[in-house]
Design a protein around this ligand. Structure first.
Ligand code: GBE
Length: 501
């Protein structure tokens, strides 16, 4: 008994000394990025390329939105020229090289390759452009990671109804076949879709993302259904025709915010769990869970709400058992776009009907959280670690590739806010890897350079490199964050001057 108390005292004493020891308090930031862990930076075609009608490119839904409804974009800006990467891609590759990036995540403009969306007309100039970019990257030791769809749907396919039309799954597969055929010898990392949750919201409001059609709680669910089918078709196509020769990986990039229960009541905990299922699970569960299909809570609530609203069938389409099997397991990695967090509590808000209503919770952010230039983006590093853990527990610890993570400001070169964001978020990522055993296999910063931030135009800047949009030559200049990221890539750790207590 006495001995036990002595042991206890000793342990307590040691713990106290341990806790106060100045040499040990910075334990966490000393974690290193695993050997070979790839670091890169990301962009998207419409946000950087420009050249909107050059060399045979077809019109896409962002060309249409910015030209026909300019009032939907801050300052009536558009991506006609953007960063002019259509002409300046060699410079972009040099920026990546200066960062020490292992890879570049960029997207292909569907209408630049297939001007009418269909595979009957292939625009050779578009193929040449992406071949040049890919070859320039490889010549500089940078691996291409290609997103097939980052929101710029050919207008010709929107004219057929866009993503709510299930036929688009077939057209997307045909487009993917062109990409694998022309680029798959050199591209080994493929992402089918960037953030379906975000771009299907283009069918839930006439004020936001293209095509800006107001059919919430219906059009966005139909679009999601097509997109999940389209993703699975492309994965199977790769398996059946290309994988044995090309030996690459095919994944999908899903975005999610962490939801922290406002109180520890069972209701608020369940509300935040629903947030994850309605926003992430709606795509991830069919693909990454063992059982497949939409999450049970999503099916139940949409079906119940639909009935209560007088619909005789659920606003959420159903997968047949064969479709569930076809879709399940169709991803080689889990692409994660992560930025911010919310507090969540049980309650109702949003349009009737809408995904927000169906999910049955109220979200808000903490006024004490550090702000960015984007209303929605507050700096919540610990949310990043919690999200990694949620994914680990929900989907049996899949390989997670962070395909986007970043911070907005007004474009200053001494971007201390962005440096704080990256150093703190990366620290939490290191904890997820080393303390929680989360299977994180790569990281891309959003974004390589300032670019067209969708409905926010050029008002919010996410770049590691500054771009002068008033200068027709669009010069690029490294910000402080570019130097810090280069240092992190080189040393494989967070520099000591950024360690937090
Ligand atoms: C990503 O989306 C995109 O993949 C990338 O293209 C983009 O540039 C980057 O992040 C930065 O935004 O009325 O302002 O609150 C908010 C991140 C809409 C996820 C913004 C949609 C964040 C989901 C509307 N959000 N986005 S509001």
């Amino acid at each position: 008994m006495k001995a036990n108390i002595q042991v206890l005292l000793l342990v307590t004493l040691l713990a106290g000394v341990w806790g106060k020891n100045p040499f040990l308090k910075h334990k966490t930031p000393q974690y290193k990025f695993p050997a070979g862990f790839p670091f890169g930076a990301a962009t998207a075609s419409y946000q950087v390329e420009g050249g909107w009608k050059e060399d045979g490119k077809g019109v896409n839904i962002w060309d249409t939105l910015t030209h026909d409804r300019p009032y939907l974009v801050e300052n009536q800006d558009n991506g006609d020229v953007a960063c002019d990467s259509y002409h300046k891609y060699k410079e972009d590759v040099q920026l990546l090289k200066d960062l020490g990036a292992d890879f570049y995540r960029f997207s292909i403009s569907w209408a630049r390759v297939l001007p009418e969306g269909h595979d009957n007309i292939v625009n050779q100039a578009g193929i040449d452009y992406y071949n040049n970019l890919i070859n320039e990257l490889l010549a500089n030791g940078i691996e291409p990671m290609v997103t097939m769809y980052h929101w710029d749907l050919p207008q010709a396919l929107q004219d057929l109804g866009g993503w709510p039309n299930m036929q688009l799954a077939k057209y997307f597969e045909a487009y993917a076949r062109i990409l694998f055929t022309h680029f798959g010898d050199r591209v080994k990392l493929w992402i089918t879709f960037n953030e379906p949750l975000t771009f299907v919201s283009g069918y839930a409001s006439e004020k936001g993302f293209a095509p800006a059609i107001n059919t919430p709680g219906i059009g966005d669910y139909l679009a999601a259904h097509t997109v999940i089918h389209a993703h699975a078709r492309v994965y199977h196509l790769y398996d059946q025709v290309f994988r044995s020769r090309q030996r690459g990986k095919v994944g999908i990039a899903l975005n999610i915010n962490w939801c922290e229960p406002l109180t520890n009541s069972t209701e608020d905990i369940a509300a935040c769990e629903r947030y994850q299922q309605f926003n992430l699970g709606i795509y991830a569960h069919p693909i990454f869970s063992t059982e497949g299909d939409y999450p049970a809570v999503v099916k139940e609530r949409i079906s119940r709400n639909s009935a209560a609203q007088g619909y005789t069938t659920s606003r959420l389409p159903t997968f047949s058992p064969e479709e569930v099997e076809y879709i399940r397991g169709t991803s080689d990695f889990f692409g994660l776009n992560f930025y911010t967090a919310y507090y969540g509590k049980e309650g109702e808000e949003g349009n009737i009907p809408s995904l927000g209503r169906d999910s049955g919770l109220i979200t808000r952010q903490d006024s004490n959280w550090i702000s960015s230039a984007s209303t929605w983006l507050k700096v919540v590093p610990w949310g990043f670690r919690k999200e990694f853990n949620w994914i680990k527990n929900e989907y049996n610890n899949p390989q997670v590739f962070v395909t986007e993570n970043g911070f907005s400001d007004l474009g200053e070169l001494n971007d201390t806010g962005r440096v704080y964001f990256y150093t703190t978020y990366l620290t939490e990522m290191l904890k997820a890897i080393h303390e929680d055993g989360c299977n994180v296999i790569g990281y891309a910063a959003w974004s390589l350079m300032d670019n067209f931030e969708w409905n926010r135009g050029y008002a919010e800047k996410f770049g590691l490199y500054h771009v002068d949009f008033n200068d027709p030559t669009r010069p690029r200049t490294p910000k402080e964050s570019a130097k810090v990221i280069a240092e992190i890539i080189k040393t494989r750790k967070i520099p000591e001057r950024f360690w937090q207590d």
